[in-house]
Design a protein around this ligand. Structure first.
Ligand code: ADP
Ligand code: ZN
Ligand code: ZN
Length: 855
C-alpha cells in the first residue's frame, strides 16, 4: 500500500495534485519540491493519505521534503482553506501568499537546446542566421558558442552560459524567441542568510576627498599633510561626488542607500562602476543588520506614555474585558481623528502581552506612517517584528521565523501580515480598517480586514477594527450586533475639530472669469497662516503636472499605448529639486509607459495641444509663484519612493523646515503634525464622477481624513474645501464632521440599489490580449448566465470594463450581486466549471469577490 500526499501548487488551477511519498513522510503544512510539467515547483502538503489515485497516468514521487515540521500552524492552514473557498481562489496561490519564504527557494532559469537550434548548429551559418539578422558578427558567434555549449542536450543555468560564452540574458532570450533554445524554470534551495552589499572607500589617503573637490587639486592625508593630485588619479566632478558621499559617512555605505543618494544627486550609477574598476571603491558583502529608519518623537510623547483619558479608558475597558473573557470577539472602534486611537491600541496590546498572549497590528502602509513603527519600538522594543512589502525577502523571512518561534510577540505589518505565524494570538487590531489598501488586487483577492476577523475567529481571539470613517460593511456589522461598537467622539485634550468651509468653485469662476487651481480664499488664508508662523497642508490628489493632454483641433486625448487611459504630463524637474527625476514626459499612471511630449497632435498633426487638469507638480509650481517666501514641500509618488523618503519629508515638516506641503492622498494618512492649522482641499471631488458605487464613501473618507490633519496641536485648525459640488451630501456631511449622518444617507442608497452591505458582490473580469477573444468569451459566459436562470444572483453585463484596455489586455466584466454569500459562491464555481469546458483558461478570468474597485 503506497502513501500519497496532496500538494497545493502556486498555479492558477482550482485543484491540488497527488504525489507519491518517497522516503520521508511529510506532515501537513510542510513544503515540498515536486516535479510539475518539466519544472520543479514548491508546494504545501495539504493531505497525506493511502488512497491510490485512480487516474491512468503515472503518479510522480515527491522530490524533496523541505520542512520537518509544519511550517504553517494548523489554524493558518484552515484560514487558507477558508480564503480559497470564500474568494474562489486556488489554494496553492493562497498558500504562496502566506509563506514569505520565497527567499529560501529561489527560482532561476536554465536553457536547453531545441530542435531548431540543432539544425542551425549542424547545417551551418548560411541557413541558420537570417540574412536580415540585426545581430553583429560577434553576437552571431556568441550564439553559436551557446549552441555548441548546449549540444549535449543537457540544460545549463544562465550563469554557466554567461561565463562560458559571454552571452547575456537578452541574447539568450532572443534565441528562445527564434525557438533555438527552450527556457525552463528551476526551483533551487537557497541559504537564507542575509547579506548586504556595502560600498567601501579604498585606501586611507582618501580620507578627505571633499577638500580636493573644493580646491581642485589638493588632498589632505590622514595625518594632515597636503598631497598633490599625483597620488590620486584625476577625478571628474561626478566621481568626486561619489567619493565625497562615502567619505562623509566614514567611508562605508549600504549599496541601496548609496544608489538612492546618487540618483538624488543626479550622478549616474556608472560612475560607481568606474571607481570600482579603478580600485578606489570596493564592494563588501556583510551580514545585514535589520534596519529600521525612524523619526524621533520630536518632543512629543509616545503613544504608550499618555495617561488614558476617560473615553480611552472606556474603550480599553471594553476590549480588555473581552480579552479576559476569552473567545472570538470582534469590535469596531469608531474614534474621530485625533481621539487618540493609537494610545488605545498600544494599551490593549500591552494587556495581551501581560496575559501571556501575542498581538498583531495591521496598518495600511507602514512606509506612509513611519511614526507608527517608531512608537511600536519605543513601547515594545525587542518584542516587535515587522512585516511589510518594503522588506527584502530575506528580511521578511527572518521576521517571520522570529514570530514563528515566539520571539516576537508583537507584530506590526501591512495586509499580508495578517498571515503572521503568531504564537498564542490573543488580539488583532486593524488600524484605518476602511483603507482600500487592505484589499489585495491580485489573486488571491482577499481583504486583509475580513481575513483578520476570520483569523481571530479561528484563533478565538479579540479583534478590533479602528477608524474615524469606518467602512459601511463594518458599520452594518456593528448595527447587526455582530461587532461590538466602541466610540470615541471627542479629540484628546478637548481639542476642537477644525472648522470646515466650502469654496464654491463655480462661483469662483463666475467672479474671476478664469480657471485657477487655488481660489482667492485659499490663497488668502494660506498667506495668513504662514504669516502667523503656522503650517499649511494642501491636498491635490493627482500627481504629475497636467492630467490630460488634449488636441484642440480634433478633440483627441493622448492615450497610453497599452491602456485606455489618458497620459499624464510630467514637467522636467528643476535642478534644485530634492530628488532626481526623469525629464519631461507623458506617463501612464497605470502601466508606467512613457513617451516624449509630442509637439503636434499624433492624430491630426495640429499644433494646438492643450494641457488640462492640474496635478501636484503644477500645484507646487504655482505655490512657488504665489508664496515665494514659503518653504514648500511636495509629497506624492514622485517624491516619495524609497524607504526613507517619507521619513525625511515628515521630519522636515515636524521640524518646521517645511511650512507649506502640497501632495496627493498620502498627506491624508495618519500623520500627527502639531503645527498644521490650515488644510486646503483642491479638486478632491472629481472622484464623485467615477463609475463606482463607493465614490461618495471614498470622497467622504478622504475629506474627513485630510481634515483630521488640522488642529492636532495646541492651536485650532481650519479646513477649506474647494468644490464644484458644494451640495453633494458626501461633501456636506464631511464639512460638518457628521459620519453618522453620512452613513445613514449612504446606507439608504446602498439598500435601494442592492449594493454592499445589503448584498454581496463579485466582479468577474474576462481578459485577453485579443479583443475578439475577450468579446467572444464575454458573450459565451453571458449566454450561460442567461440560460442558467439564476434566481438568487443578479448578473449585470457583460459590459466593457470602465478601463477597457489595461497593460495591453482587453477587459470585459460582469458584476454579480446576491443576497446570500452561498448563492454567489456556487454560481461563481459553476461559471468557472463551464468556462473550462469552453476552453477559457483560468488565467483569463479574474474573480473578485467583495471587489473594492470595479474599474
Ligand atoms: P487618532 O489616530 O485617533 O487620530 P492619535 O492616536 O494619533 O489619534 O492621537 C492624536 C494625538 O493625541 C497624538 O499626538 C497623541 O500623542 C495624543 N494623545 C493620545 N492620547 C492622549 C492622552 N490621553 N492625552 C494627551 N494626548 C494624547
Ligand atoms: Zn488632433
Ligand atoms: Zn498604460
Amino acid at each position: 500500500m503506497g502513501l500519497y500526499c496532496d500538494v497545493a501548487l502556486p498555479l492558477p488551477l482550482d485543484q491540488t495534485f497527488t504525489y507519491a511519498v518517497n522516503g520521508v513522510v511529510p506532515v501537513v503544512g510542510a513544503r515540498v519540491l515536486v516535479p510539475f510539467s518539466g519544472q520543479k515547483l514548491m508546494g504545501v502538503v495539504v493531505r497525506v493519505h493511502e488512497d491510490a489515485p485512480v487516474e491512468e497516468f503515472e503518479i510522480k514521487p515527491v522530490q524533496q521534503v523541505l520542512d520537518e515540521v509544519a511550517l504553517l500552524p494548523d489554524e493558518l492552514m484552515k484560514l487558507a482553506e477558508w480564503i480559497a473557498s470564500y474568494y474562489v481562489a486556488p489554494l496553492g496561490e493562497v498558500l504562496r501568499g502566506m509563506l514569505p519564504l520565497a527567499a529560501e527557494v529561489k527560482r532561476h532559469f536554465s536553457y536547453r537546446i531545441a530542435e531548431a537550434g540543432r539544425r542551425v548548429l549542424y547545417e551551418g551559418a548560411e541557413k541558420g542566421s537570417s540574412r536580415r539578422s540585426k545581430l553583429t558578427a560577434e553576437e552571431q558567434n556568441r550564439e553559436y558558442a551557446v549552441l555548441n555549449y548546449l549540444e549535449s542536450g543537457e540544460q545549463a543555468k544562465m550563469s554557466a552560459l554567461r561565463s562560458a560564452t559571454g552571452a547575456n540574458k537578452g541574447l539568450l532570450e532572443g534565441m528562445v524567441r527564434k525557438k533555438w533554445l527552450v527556457r525552463e524554470a528551476v526551483a533551487e534551495e537557497r541559504d537564507a542568510r542575509r547579506l548586504e552589499k556595502v560600498a567601501v572607500l579604498m585606501g586611507s589617503q582618501l580620507s578627505d576627498v571633499s577638500s580636493q573637490r573644493e580646491s581642485g587639486d589638493l588632498l589632505r592625508t590622514e595625518n594632515g599633510e597636503l598631497t598633490t593630485q599625483a597620488r590620486l588619479p584625476r577625478l571628474n566632478e561626478n566621481q568626486l561626488a561619489v567619493m565625497a558621499e562615502l567619505a562623509a559617512v566614514g567611508g562605508r555605505m549600504r549599496m541601496g542607500d548609496l544608489r538612492i543618494t546618487l540618483t538624488r544627486a543626479g550622478v549616474p550609477l556608472s560612475t560607481l562602476g568606474t571607481l570600482m574598476k579603478r580600485g578606489l571603491v570596493g564592494i563588501e558583502e556583510v551580514a545585514e543588520k535589520f534596519h529600521l529608519g525612524g523619526i524621533s518623537a520630536r518632543g512629543k510623547k509616545h503613544a504608550h506614555e499618555h495617561a488614558l483619558n476617560e473615553a480611552q479608558m472606556e474603550a480599553l475597558g471594553t476590549i480588555a474585558a473581552a480579552m479576559d473573557k476569552g473567545g472570538f470577539r470582534p469590535h469596531l472602534l469608531y474614534g474621530i481623528t485625533g481621539s487618540g486611537k493609537t494610545t488605545v491600541y498600544f494599551a490593549a496590546m500591552r494587556r495581551a502581552l501581560d496575559a501571556g498572549k501575542s498581538a498583531l497590528l495591521l496598518v495600511p502602509e507602514i512606509g506612509l506612517t513611519p511614526a507608527m513603527a517608531v512608537q511600536m519600538y519605543a513601547a515594545f522594543e525587542g518584542e516587535v517584528a515587522m512585516l511589510h512589502s518594503q522588506l527584502t525577502p530575506d528580511e521578511r523571512a527572518e521576521q517571520w521565523h522570529r514570530t514563528r518561534r515566539g520571539e516576537a510577540r508583537i507584530v506590526v505589518g501591512t495586509r499580508s501580515a495578517v498571515f503572521a505565524p503568531m504564537v498564542n494570538l490573543g488580539l488583532i487590531i486593524v488600524d484605518e480598517e476602511h483603507d482600500s489598501s487592505y484589499k489585495q488586487e491580485e489573486t488571491p483577492r482577499y481583504h486583509g480586514r475580513d481575513v483578520a476577523v476570520m483569523r481571530a475567529k479561528l484563533n478565538e481571539a479579540v479583534v478590533v477594527l479602528g477608524s474615524a470613517t469606518p467602512s459601511l460593511e463594518s458599520w452594518a456589522n456593528a448595527d447587526k450586533g455582530r461587532y461590538a461598537r466602541v466610540e470615541m467622539r471627542e479629540r484628546v485634550m478637548e481639542r476642537p475639530l477644525p472648522v470646515v468651509e466650502l469654496v464654491d468653485m463655480r462661483a469662483e469662476f463666475r467672479e474671476t472669469g478664469q480657471e485657477q487651481i487655488f481660489s482667492r480664499k485659499l490663497i488668502e488664508e494660506t498667506q495668513l497662516t504662514l504669516d502667523r508662523g503656522e503650517q499649511v497642508i494642501l491636498l491635490l490628489n493627482r500627481r504629475g503636472y497636467s492630467t490630460v493632454v488634449m488636441c484642440r483641433s480634433c478633440g483627441e486625448k493622448i492615450e497610453c499605448e497599452n491602456c485606455a487611459i489618458s497620459m499624464t504630463y510630467h514637467k522636467k524637474v528643476s535642478d534644485n529639486d530634492a530628488i532626481a527625476q526623469p525629464g519631461q514626459r507623458l506617463e501612464c499612471h497605470y502601466c508606467g509607459f512613457r513617451r516624449a511630449v509630442p509637439k503636434v497632435c499624433p492624430k491630426c498633426e495640429s499644433e494646438h495641444l492643450y494641457f488640462l487638469g492640474a496635478g501636484s507638480q503644477q500645484g507646487e509650481e504655482r505655490l512657488q509663484e504665489l508664496f515665494p517666501a514659503a518653504r514648500i514641500g511636495r509629497m506624492d509618488r514622485d517624491t516619495v519612493r524609497g524607504r526613507s523618503d517619507m521619513e525625511r519629508l515628515l521630519a522636515r515638516l515636524h521640524g518646521g523646515e517645511i511650512n507649506l506641503l502640497v501632495g496627493t492622498q498620502m498627506i491624508a494618512k495618519g500623520h500627527d503634525i502639531h503645527g498644521v492649522t490650515l488644510v486646503g482641499v483642491v479638486g478632491a471631488d472629481f472622484q464623485l464622477g467615477l463609475p463606482d458605487f463607493r465614490a461618495a464613501e471614498r470622497v467622504f473618507q478622504l475629506l474627513t481624513q485630510v481634515s483630521g490633519r488640522a488642529g492636532r496641536g495646541d492651536l485650532p485648525g481650519k479646513v477649506l474645501v474647494q468644490t464644484y459640488h458644494p451640495d453633494h451630501y458626501a461633501i456636506q456631511f464631511a464639512a460638518t464632521h457628521d459620519y453618522p449622518g453620512f452613513v445613514a444617507k449612504e446606507m439608504n442608497y446602498r439598500r435601494w440599489m442592492h449594493y454592499p452591505p445589503f448584498a454581496v458582490l463579485a466582479n468577474v473580469l474576462i481578459q485577453s490580449e485579443k479583443l475578439e477573444e475577450a468579446t467572444a468569451w464575454a458573450g459565451t459566459l453571458g449566454r450561460w448566465f442567461q440560460l442558467a436562470r439564476l434566481d438568487k444572483v443578479r448578473v449585470l453585463g457583460p459590459a466593457a470594463a470602465p478601463i477597457v484596455r489595461l497593460k495591453r489586455i482587453y477587459r470585459f466584466h460582469f458584476v454579480l450581486k446576491a443576497e446570500r454569500r452561498q448563492a454567489l459562491g456556487s454560481t461563481l464555481r459553476a461559471m468557472l466549471a463551464y468556462a473550462e469546458t469552453q476552453g477559457i483558461a483560468r488565467r483569463n478570468l479574474v474573480v473578485d469577490v467583495d471587489a473594492v474597485h470595479l474599474m
